[in-house]
Design a protein around this ligand. Structure first.
Ligand code: SF4
Length: 422
């Protein structure tokens, strides 16, 4: 099999992995080395897209051969598919060749389990050593740590990569047992604990010793599959919250399950991937990380899943109307952040600008407040936005219309939601 065939097979097999961004690390040009990493591209997703948009990471598997048999995966051992394996040198040559041609800015390297986790990781380490040491490649590398790999090998991998990730994939232990019987919770959490501790240790050593080895400076991430099992959004969000707290993850990625195999335990092949659900989870994840929300505030036992037609912040606000309207001239920063349509930047601008002047709705617009959402939940100088018509019974449908990009229908009851709102 020639190299291009291998590349076609192993990039295609990597497309189900969502967990790749090159955010979180800045490393400038260094004399004698090739490439750099830039934190200015934080949050960009780097992958091949079907419409041909530019990708910046070569996202590829070392091999799609796998001794495991995860039922949801195209690479599982019982699936009949073309298999390929890169040698470490082949993959290193391809990566540096693509880099020199300006096709990519870095490498996202994952793998099926060839023979066993240790052997596979050794192959990945060899490839990364050639890149880093022989070719002096200084660009971004994101590598997968395979559950079950010996700690010493995880350490070696972390010395070569900017970011490591251990994919949890299935959000519950029951899901793992039924759909990925070769994996278990302990084997997944052990390397996550090790990576967390060694990142902290490495940062502390770098403060003391300038030339101390740097271990996974961009931290670790993971991926959860959404929709392959019956786990609710609430369950997934609680898991996410605990991963951020306990393992200091930089990102949790959500991947809508794409049915690729017929199996009674999985959604049927004609099930559409739950992309909107995935999107709502990303929005909720954002609320946990940057808006001070807790998982238990966003979803409850009575409402375990997000309304797909309204973003999670609007959903929360609708369920807590007693906390609104928020007066823009007086509300503290934390409360401003809870208003739909107001983000951290616009909240900071409001807090700073209102010290100098009385703000108007026009001013809020200029500060980046998304008024079409915020207008329902704020007063500005004691006044509701002029011309605003809505009532509790029409609010949900109005917000849903806004979400669909339609103009909100005027509600049948032309009332203000807030009787005392001026
Ligand atoms: S370990 Fe499971 S998910 Fe990973 S490649 Fe093998 S079969 Fe697929």
């Amino acid at each position: 099999m020639d190299l291009l065939d291998k590349l076609a097979i192993l990039t295609d097999a990597a497309k189900y992995d969502a967990a790749c961004t090159s955010s979180g690390v800045r490393r400038g040009f260094q004399p004698g080395k090739i490439g750099n990493t830039s934190s200015s591209i934080a949050g960009c997703c780097h992958s091949f897209s079907s419409d041909g948009r530019c990708i910046t990471l070569l996202k590829v598997l070392m091999t799609n051969s796998c001794v495991y048999d995860c039922k949801y995966c195209v690479n599982r051992r019982s699936n009949e598919t073309r298999r390929a394996v890169f040698t470490p040198k082949e993959l290193a040559d391809l990566t540096i060749g693509f880099y020199r041609r300006n096709y990519i800015e870095g490498l996202f390297l994952s793998s099926g389990v060839l023979r066993n986790p240790d052997y596979t990781t050794e192959q990945m380490i060899r490839c990364l050593r050639i890149l880093r040491h022989d070719y002096a490649f200084n660009g971004y590398i994101h590598a997968k740590a395979i559950p079950g790999t010996a700690p010493e090998l995880v350490y070696q991998l972390g010395l070569l990569a900017d970011r490591l990730s251990v994919n949890i994939e299935l959000p519950s232990e029951a899901g793992l047992q039924t759909l990925a019987p070769d994996k278990n919770k302990t084997a997944i959490l052990r390397p996550m604990t090790q990576i967390r501790d060694q990142v902290v240790q490495s940062k502390a050593e770098l403060v003391k010793y300038k030339h101390a080895p740097s271990f996974a400076p961009a931290g670790q991430s993971t991926q959860l599959i959404v929709g392959a099992t019956g786990d609710s959004d609430r369950h997934i969000l609680h898991l996410t919250q605990s991963l951020y707290q306990r393992y200091h993850l930089k990102r949790v990625f959500y991947s809508a399950y794409v049915p690729v195999v017929e199996n009674a335990l999985l959604p049927s092949l004609d099930t559409k991937p739950p992309l909107l659900r995935e999107h709502r989870l990303y929005q909720a994840d954002w609320l946990l990380r940057f808006y001070g929300f807790r998982a238990e505030e966003l979803l409850t036992e009575a409402q375990p899943d997000f309304n797909p037609f309204i973003d999670p912040k609007c959903n929360w606000a609708i369920c807590h109307l007693e906390q609104f309207p928020v007066e823009i001239m007086r509300a503290d920063y934390e409360m401003l952040l809870r208003v739909p349509g107001i983000g951290p930047l616009s909240a900071r601008r409001i807090v700073s600008a209102r010290r100098m002047t009385r703000l108007s709705y026009e001013d809020l617009k200029k500060m980046g407040v998304v008024l079409k959402r915020a207008q329902f939940f704020i007063t500005c100088g004691g006044k509701v936005r002029s011309g605003l018509r809505f009532s509790p019974s029409t609010l949900v449908s109005q917000l849903e219309s806004i979400e669909r990009g339609e103009l909100p229908e005027p509600g049948p009851v032309q009332l203000s939601l807030f009787d005392n709102a001026g």
